[in-house]
Design a protein around this ligand. Structure first.
Ligand code: NAD
Ligand code: AKB
Length: 319
């Protein structure tokens, strides 16, 4: 059975992926790591934690050897808005980190999961039902690192037979850990604001359409692609996956069904709006359906109902 290392494990995805992997494969078989330390009071008995800066190959290699790791879920990265603020650091972390993870994987025979993004597309990509294989000319540093990262992962698979696999995630909606500075963060913030204040100011405009997915489906996608029969995989890096395509106005309308009187207003952030405008409105994930039976469980309605219920409990604010 796999012995797993997760980089960037304290972020929005890692906070839920690590427990999900531990539940599936066993607590001791999943090593969480990050450049931050777990918050005081975090339950260290759930499984091992190691400090790893993913740009330091020696740190990666030492942990892979110490725990006899054979699979690396490489989540550490700067997200789109932060990467646009700090493009040089984003290149170092996103590309430098991935390159070092792949080098360790090559030397030590590890499989690698790499999460790409709808950010790997750009303004010249077909905007509706964006195909699996299409034009990728992203105009953000985040997108450049994701498109190059997909190619690098495919190169390591073809050239060195590293078992690399990945998905292009859309914006992820979740209630456990805050998002890390992306363009789609509004779709998480809006739920917290709705429950706490009954109103939200969106940094993206009302008609900005982007793909989204609820975190439980994202976790299914990660496990699904990593456990897929390699003989069925015509693609590897990276599969389009999506669950819904929506605008702030549509999300607000759905939230209003649970929070009557909820109000949304707009104070557009030109940087994040430009990033969002360069991304697809909706992507076609039929290759993932065909090659590893990908099928999301949540749509806008079920995600919104579950988010509202979970957040009311978490924040202690009843309806
Ligand atoms: P996040 O920002 O919430 O978490 C990233 C983690 O990486 C953080 O805990 C951070 O401390 C850590 N980190 C940063 N620099 C590091 C370094 N040098 N070494 C080790 N760790 C470092 O991000 P996330 O939302 O959990 O995303 C994880 C991955 O999934 C990223 O590659 C991201 O691009 C991708 N992705 C996320 C989404 C989304 O909506 N969350 C969508 C598409 C793709
Ligand atoms: C971001 O907005 O940067 C991420 C993503 C879609 O890659 N959520």
């Amino acid at each position: 059975m796999a012995k797993i290392l997760v980089t960037g494990g304290l972020g929005q995805i890692g906070s839920e992926l690590v427990p999900a992997l531990r539940a599936r494969y066993g607590g001791e078989r999943v090593v969480a790591s990050d450049i931050r330390l777990p918050p005081a009071g975090a339950n260290s008995s759930d499984g091992p934690f190691e400090f790893i800066d993913c740009t330091r190959q020696s740190q990666l290699r030492a942990v892979v050897h110490k725990h006899e790791i054979d699979t690396i879920y490489h989540l550490a990265a700067l997200l789109s808005a932060v990467a646009e603020e700090k493009p040089h650091i984003a290149w170092d972390v996103n590309m430098g980190g991935l390159y070092r993870v792949l080098e360790v994987a090559r030397a030590d025979g590890c499989a690698v999961f790499f999460p790409s993004s709808i950010g790997a597309f750009g303004p010249s990509t077909p905007k509706e039902a964006t195909p699996q294989d299409t034009i990728q000319r992203p105009t953000t540093m985040y997108g450049v690192t994701k498109a190059a990262g997909e190619l690098l992962c495919d190169y390591y698979h073809e050239r060195f037979h590293v078992d690399t696999r990945g998905v292009r995630f859309p914006g992820l909606v979740s209630h456990m850990a805050p998002p890390g500075g992306g363009t789609t963060d509004y779709a998480v913030e809006i739920f917290f604001a709705a429950i706490r204040h009954g109103r939200y100011t969106s940094f993206l405009g009302p008609e900005t359409r982007l793909d989204m997915m609820y975190m439980p489906d994202a976790l299914e996608a990660v496990v699904g692609v990593m456990e897929a029969d390699p003989a069925r995989l015509a693609h590897r890096n990276s599969f389009n996956v999506t669950a819904m395509s929506l605008t702030p106005e549509e999300l607000a309308a759905e939230i209003r069904r649970h929070v009557p009187g909820f109000e949304i207003e707009y104070d557009i952030d030109p940087v994040r709006q430009a990033i969002a405008d360069s991304w697809p409105d909706s992507i076609d994930d039929s290759a993932a359906h065909a090659e590893w039976d990908w099928a999301p469980s949540h749509d806008l309605r079920s995600m919104t109902a579950d988010m509202i219920e979970k957040l009311r409990n978490k924040l202690g604010i009843p309806a």
